[in-house]
Structure formats: C-alpha cells, structure tokens
Design a protein. Structure first.
Length: 354
C-alpha cells in the first residue's frame, strides 16, 4: 500500500513506551528501543508497523510480515517468527485498537473539511444560540435559535443544528448532518449525513385515508455514543427516543420513535428497529436484522445478521433466523436443510438410485 496522504504516520514511539501505554508486556527487553509509527495487517506489515494476531489461522501470514512488533496473547507467542518483536497482551484486539488510536488520533473522529479553528464567516448562527469557548463551526453550517453547544465541539460544514438543541462538550458533528429536537451528551461522534430528531412514522387509518399522528417527543443521546453515516434516529411520538451511554451505531441504521437503547450496545449496518422497542445494556445486533415494534430485548443479547425479531428476547441469549429463535436451534435447522438439499441432489425426484 502506498503512503496514505489522508492519515500520516506517527512521529515515532519506542516499543517499551507503547507496551507501557497498552498495559502490556514486551517479551524481550532487547527490543525496547525499536521505533514504531503505524499499524498494519500482518500480511503487509513493514518496519515501523505494529500488527496483531488472534488465532493460529494467522500463521501463514507471517511469511510476508516484516513488522516491528506483533501484539498477541501469550498462548500464541510461539507462532511469531523469532526475528519479530512480541508484545504480550491478554486482549490483543483491544490493545491493537488502542495502538491505532495512539498513532492516528485524528482518524478516531470525522475528518474536518475546512481548516477553521473558530467560526467560519459563512456559518449562520442565530444570535440567541449559546456557544461555549473552543466551539468550531465550519462553513455553511446553520445553528438555530436558543441552541447550546459545549466547549470543544466541532460542527461540520453544511450541518444543521435545530432550535433549542443542546450538544455537550467534546462532540464531533460531521458534514451534512442534521440534528433536531435532541439533547446530546458529551463526547458524542455523529458522522456524515446522520439525521436525528425528524418525526417518526405514525399514522392512524381514517375514513379518508391515513391521518398523521403528531410526534412531539425528543431524542436523548447520552455520553460517548457514536452514530455512523446516514443513520436516522426518529424523535419520540410523546415519549423520548433514548440512546444509552457508550452505544456504537453503524452506518445506515434506522431507529424508530420511542425506541430505548441501553448502554454499551453495538448495532451493525442496515439494522431496522421499529417504534417503542426496548433494548437492554450490552446488546449486539448483526447487520440487516429487523426488530418489530413494542418488543423488549434483554441485557447482553446477541442477534445474528439478517434475523427477524418478532417477540421479546430473554437476557443473555443468542438468537438468529426469521423469526428469531435460539441460535443453536437456528443453526441446527439450517444444517438440516443443507443436508436435505444434498440428498435431493443425489436422488432427483426421490427415486431410489441403482
């Protein structure tokens, strides 16, 4: 891979310093002064790069690896060729993530479009809006009446912050996002094209067609939430839509009105969550899963990709399929279907082979 002009390498850090930062152990102190600057996958890691392994399936990738350090669990250290320095960690995945953030802090948030360090002349800010010190507003952003934005927050180009919206400190709102009828906590990251606070989908059948139901609730987003590009979060009908602290939401997710999502959940792309669903803490939802409205999903539930959730799910379970059922049942049924298909292929029409 050629030099990435979008994210330049770090100026350099000694391996001993990196290991200390990660709370990990450098396997050989002779390697303490080796300088590292970047992260890379095993297969193309070069001098100055740090990579990591999670299983013995990575063994063959070391054939082309020239990394300055490999992060791994002690149980996998024997896989690493002797000439490659090793950093031992009980959680290599998390350690590698921390290393990446240390080397490329600018990549942890949406990239600034302009070089503004204050408020762009072309930004439109209502006189009644309150901006704390250190707020950056990029060109053509619009900030509505009586809105409040906390210290150190960046508002991206062409984004829209509606009247009375409150955004906490240290947030990033990327270009082209719109935020209405919302209260946003601290440290929240909102990516390009996100739509927060538009009205939810609610209609009552009437004698002359569908009658729109007013949506007069809010969106409450707690601290350290991250929301991916082009995700939409509807405001509540009469109650609030709530996204709990530390929850991470991928691109192109639809969250309906009155949905309540707990703390530290992970929701992958193209998930659709219908109105008034309640999701507990630590829930993980795979891509393209669909969740029916007015169901409750317990703490720690894991939902496989492309699943359809039609009923309440008990805490701590793993579920998959349409309709979703315990994952082991779904996988067993899928295996049985594959076996039946193979048998039909061997014996077309169900006739006995000679």
């Amino acid at each position: 891979m050629e030099q990435n002009v979008f994210f330049l390498p770090h100026e350099g850090l000694k391996l001993a310093e990196l290991a200390e930062f990660l709370g990990a152990e450098l396997a050989n102190s002779d390697h303490a002064d080796i300088i590292v600057r970047s992260v890379a996958p095993i297969s193309r890691a070069r001098a100055g790069d740090v990579c990591y392994i999670l299983s013995r399936r990575n063994r063959d990738e070391f054939a082309t690896c020239e990394a300055s350090a490999v992060i791994c669990d002690k149980a996998l250290a024997d896989l690493v060729p002797p000439h490659l320095p090793v950093i031992l960690s009980s959680n290599p995945h998390a350690a590698f993530a921390m290393a990446g953030g240390l080397f490329y802090p600018a990549a942890l948030r949406p990239v600034a479009i302009s070089g503004e360090s204050e408020i762009a002349p072309s930004a439109v800010i209502d006189p009644s809006a309150k901006l704390e010190k250190g707020v950056i507003v990029e060109p053509l952003a619009v900030i509505g009446a009586h809105s409040e934005i906390g210290e150190g927050t960046r508002i991206g180009a062409n984004s829209v912050i509606g009247p009375n919206v409150k955004i906490g400190r240290g947030c990033s709102v990327a270009a082209g996002a719109s935020i209405l009828c919302a209260l946003i906590g601290n440290g929240v990251i909102i990516h390009n094209g996100v739509r927060i606070g538009q009205d939810g989908f609610g209609y009552a059948p009437g004698p002359r067609g569908m009658i729109k139901i007013v949506q007069i609730g809010r969106v409450i987003i707690q601290d350290n939430v991250e929301i991916g590009a082009n995700t939409t979060i509807d405001r509540g009908a009469m109650d609030d839509t709530v996204i709990g602290e530390g929850t991470k939401i991928d691109n192109q997710v639809q969250i309906g009105h009155n949905v309540q999502i707990g703390r530290h959940c992970a929701i992958v792309s193209q998930v659709g969550i219908a109105g008034s669903t309640k999701i507990g803490n630590g829930v993980q939802i795979g891509g393209q899963a669909g969740i029916k409205g007015h169901v409750t999903i317990g703490d720690g539930v894991q939902i496989a990709a492309k699943s359809g959730i039609m009923t309440d799910l008990a805490a701590g379970g793993q579920y998959g399929g349409i309709p979703a059922r315990p994952l082991k049942d779904y996988l067993r049924e899928a295996a049985q279907q594959v076996s039946k298909s193979k048998l039909r292929g061997r014996n077309p029409g169900g006739k006995q082979n000679d």
